[in-house]
Design a protein around this ligand. Structure first.
Ligand SMILES: *[C@@H]1O[C@H](CO)[C@@H](O)[C@H](O)[C@H]1NC(C)=O
Ligand SMILES: *[C@@H]1O[C@H](CO)[C@@H](O)[C@H](O)[C@H]1NC(C)=O
Ligand SMILES: *[C@@H]1O[C@H](CO)[C@@H](O)[C@H](O)[C@H]1NC(C)=O
Length: 428
């Protein structure tokens, strides 16, 4: 009996040594979820804010309740089943150089994210009664590349595509099954071919984000340009566009669409409501408008443009506010939040900066309505804080800033301002 058990154990050990697999990854193996505290007694919970720790010793999803007044209460850190990683560009904040480290589908109550150091993608079910309570669906799965940095979930909430930024770069897609988790969709592993390293050298010459077209017949990836100093394939930045076939497979090759003139480092995609166009942050230029009307010809449409942002240094993230009708872009280096107003012809009519604390490094953010007013939830990475701002036309008012450092130390969660990345909001 005892001998039998010993030999089973021995064979497990031998099997692990023989075939290194995600099961054998030493760091992060015995991580357990952390509990910061109970829900606020005085307020109803209406949603949750999620970021990732992206720690190389264990990647956690750090989750805060959103209460009925829009304020947050830090609740849980959920182990994401792998480890984080940091790009080689500089070791400061913004480790993955991406928008979309986390994506959420609120109707289906699902969340997906990356383990950048384990080359895995993972999905969770959100408990709608207690939305910081996440249940892993199946196991983390192979990203079919290295240094995964972004994911996107479709509108139906039953499909996820992921973006790898390392030496093996490119995309891969999965069916999202509420019982089994992520299941490979055949013929969706497609390289971009940027000749990067693992982790990426970044920021220049790396992939930034991934999105579906409005009708979900195409998959878009934004690629940052490279400067003459880079020792590989010099280019001004472009969009890679795959066709999605009826069976879910992707076209063998992507269509390469250049960034609109003046653009350099396309970083994000935000659909412009009612228009066949996207607005995105451009880390080298400000923000761009990509008019998709001539997509089939592989060129940006006639209403495409690039607009500089005053004082801009690294404008990287973008979102739309349906209440104010404005777009917002965030600069990760100088911590300015910029409000952008467009006319019906996609021309910017005003660009207003709202300076934040100079050392805060405001990064990923999301915008949702709370009590009929849009609220911006934002990661201030170097301040190790989560913040909420109330948005009104030409006005941004900070309502709350919650510290992550002290509560994390208390519960034994390792975090580092240089590794925090990604932010999405779930609303009940
Ligand atoms: C790929 O990058 C390496 C340096 O990392 C460089 O030596 C090599 O020439 C590059 N290859 C191509 C095809 O650009
Ligand atoms: C932030 O925006 C303000 C207002 O437009 C601008 O004066 C400032 O130069 C910007 N910050 C930096 C560091 O460029
Ligand atoms: C982060 O904050 C520290 C002070 O806490 C500051 O010295 C450092 O320059 C900041 N880093 C960035 C990238 O702003």
């Amino acid at each position: 009996m005892q001998l039998g058990l010993a030999s089973v154990l021995l064979s497990i050990v031998l099997a692990c040594h023989a075939t290194p697999s995600p099961k054998c990854a030493a760091p992060g193996k015995f991580m357990t979820d952390k509990y910061f505290g109970d829900a606020s007694a005085s307020a109803e919970v209406i949603g949750a804010t999620f970021i990732t720790s992206d720690e190389p010793t264990g990647n956690f999803i750090i989750a805060a309740d959103i209460n009925s007044d829009g304020m947050m209460t830090l609740r849980r850190a959920i182990y994401a089943g792998g480890v984080g990683a940091h790009g080689l560009h500089d070791l400061g904040p913004d480790p993955l150089f991406s928008q979309g480290t986390i994506d959420i589908n609120s109707e289906k109550q699902v969340l997906a994210t990356v383990n950048a150091g384990s080359n895995t993608i993972v999905a969770f079910k959100i408990n709608s009664d207690d939305p910081t309570d996440l249940k892993m669906l199946g196991k983390p799965v192979n990203s079919y590349g290295e240094f995964p940095v972004a994911v996107v979930i479709n509108k139906a909430g039953d499909k996820v595509c992921a973006l790898n930024s390392g030496a093996h770069d490119g995309v891969s897609c999965y069916t999202l099954d509420l019982e089994k988790g992520l299941i490979d969709i055949p013929n969706t592993v497609r390289p971009v071919g940027l000749n990067q390293t693992t982790p990426s050298t970044g920021t220049s010459g790396t992939v930034s984000t991934i999105a579906f077209s409005e009708d979900e017949s195409k998959l878009f990836v934004a690629v940052k340009g490279t400067t003459p100093e880079a020792n590989f394939d010099e280019h001004p930045g472009f969009f890679a566009v795959w066709d999605i076939q009826a069976d879910g497979s992707l076209s063998e090759k992507y269509l390469r669409v250049p960034v609109p003139e003046g653009g350099q480092q396309p970083f994000s995609f935000t659909p412009i409501p009612g228009q066949n166009a996207l607005l995105g942050a451009d880390g080298g230029a400000g923000f761009y408008i990509w008019d998709l009307s001539t997509l089939d010809q592989g060129i940006p449409g006639p209403r495409s443009s690039v607009t500089p942002v005053i004082g801009r240094s690294a404008v990287c993230w973008s979102r739309y506010s349906s209440c104010t009708g404005n777009f917002y872009v965030v600069d990760g280096v100088i911590s300015n939040i910029t409000q952008v107003t467009l006319d019906d012809d996609l021309k910017p009519t005003s660009v207003i900066n709202f300076p934040q604390g100079i050392f805060d490094t405001t990064l990923d953010f999301d915008i949702v309505p709370v009590n009929d007013q849009d609220h911006m939830y934002i990661l201030a990475a170097n301040a190790t804080a989560l913040r909420v701002m109330q948005l009104a036309p030409n006005e941004i008012n900070q309502l709350q800033s919650i510290d992550l450092a002290a509560p994390s130390a208390t519960v034994g969660l390792t975090i580092n301002p240089n590794n925090l990345q990604g932010l999405r909001v779930f609303m009940k």
